[in-house]
Design a protein around this ligand. Structure first.
Ligand code: GDR
Length: 329
């Protein structure tokens, strides 16, 4: 019988790649949608006929419980939540509600559906939590691995850290197969335009086509470990297929700067970034994390996971995709 997966945040970048990947593996895939979400007008429009849907809100435990009861999944991938870090200073409480408490509500739904308590030994639904490198924040060691100390630097990072700890706590308390992937930045042509890589590749294409002249950016020296989202969803799936549940860091292990991203994207469309990029102090964050770089050795060794695209190939692919899309209207 086909395995069943339930994905929250299915209309997001990662949700769309994960749904494609799981459908390709023969899974029956369910997506959790918010009340106002229209899948036909989202990144999964091309998959709508192959998916099943159920509606739930992350601040409503009963709706999450009934979503789990309806889908009866073998695996749950929790990708829902606020993902754009800067706005979380303005919506700190909402971010905590969804990215933090939402994880607890989902774990409780699983516990109830599977009938688990302190005396039971797990079983039932396997759970994946989307943890983030933002939990490391003000880094004490580089590169960061699974046991590096967390020092989050935004309400987003703090809420994700709660989600991470409560997932491990349910694993240890109830024997649940519940794991977190500590994912470093991952990008693609489906990335939201507010994130810096896509903001840059879209602007390079728009400037090339004469639709725009300048690109305003914040900290050009900020460095990140950027990988390809299509690779990262494969790691999520692998994490739920292991004999023993445990957390993994997923990243490329290489660091690049915002400046370098601009150089590659503009070069890809035949332009010089220095003619178009303007530094805007308003785009600099209140508490920045400057050097986040993964040590993915555990994922390499235990999951056999490796990224398929280099950073340069990733940014080139994104810039080319944007130029193609904007040229053809
Ligand atoms: P990040 O991604 O905050 O790392 O979180 P983002 O692309 O927004 O920022 C990356 C770095 O670029 C610097 N920067 C700018 N960022 C944006 N968005 N816009 C700008 O104009 C700009 N100029 C410079 C930022 O200061 C930052 O240092 C992403 C999200 O996907 C999270 O949800 C996820 O958890 C982490 O990655 C891992």
């Amino acid at each position: 019988m086909a395995k069943r997966a339930l994905i929250t945040g299915i209309t997001g970048q990662d949700g769309s790649y994960l749904a494609e990947h799981l459908l390709g593996l023969g899974y029956q895939v369910w997506g959790v949608l918010r009340h106002d979400s229209d899948p036909a007008a989202s990144r999964i429009a091309h998959l709508v006929g192959d998916l099943s849907f159920t509606r739930a809100e992350f601040d409503d435990s009963a709706s999450l419980l009934s979503a789990v009861e309806r889908a009866r999944p073998d695996e749950i991938y929790n990708l829902a939540g606020t993902s754009y870090v800067p706005t979380t200073w303005r919506h700190a409480e909402l971010t905590t509600e969804v990215n933090g408490m939402g994880v607890l509500r989902m774990l409780e739904a699983i516990r109830v559906v599977c009938g688990l308590d302190e005396s039971t030994a797990g079983g039932g639904i396997r759970f994946y939590q989307a943890s983030s490198s933002e939990m490391f924040g003000k880094v004490t060691e580089t590169p960061q691995h699974e046991t590096t100390i967390f020092h989050p630097r935004s309400p987003y990072g703090v809420a994700k850290t709660y989600g991470h700890h409560i997932t491990r706590n349910y694993r240890e308390s109830f024997g649940m197969y519940a794991v977190s992937g500590i994912m470093f930045n991952h990008e693609s042509p489906r990335r939201g335009s507010e994130f810096v890589t896509r903001k840059i590749t879209l602007a390079a294409a728009n400037i090339k086509l004469g639709h725009q002249d300048k690109l305003h950016l914040g900290n050009l020296d900020a460095q990140r470990d950027w990988g390809y989202a299509g690779d990262y969803v494969k790691a999520m799936h692998l994490m739920l297929q292991q004999p023993t549940p445990t957390d993994y860091v997923i990243g490329t292990g290489t660091l690049h700067s915002v400046r370098e991203t601009a150089r590659i994207a503009f070069e890809t469309v035949g332009l010089d970034w220095r003619d178009h990029v303007v530094v805007d102090p308003d785009l600099i964050r209140p508490a920045e994390v400057e050097t986040l770089c993964a040590n993915p050795a555990k994922a390499h060794a235990e999951l056999g996971w490796k990224p398929s695209l280099t950073f340069e190939e990733l940014i080139q692919t994104m810039a080319e995709a944007d130029l193609r899309r904007l040229s053809t209207g």
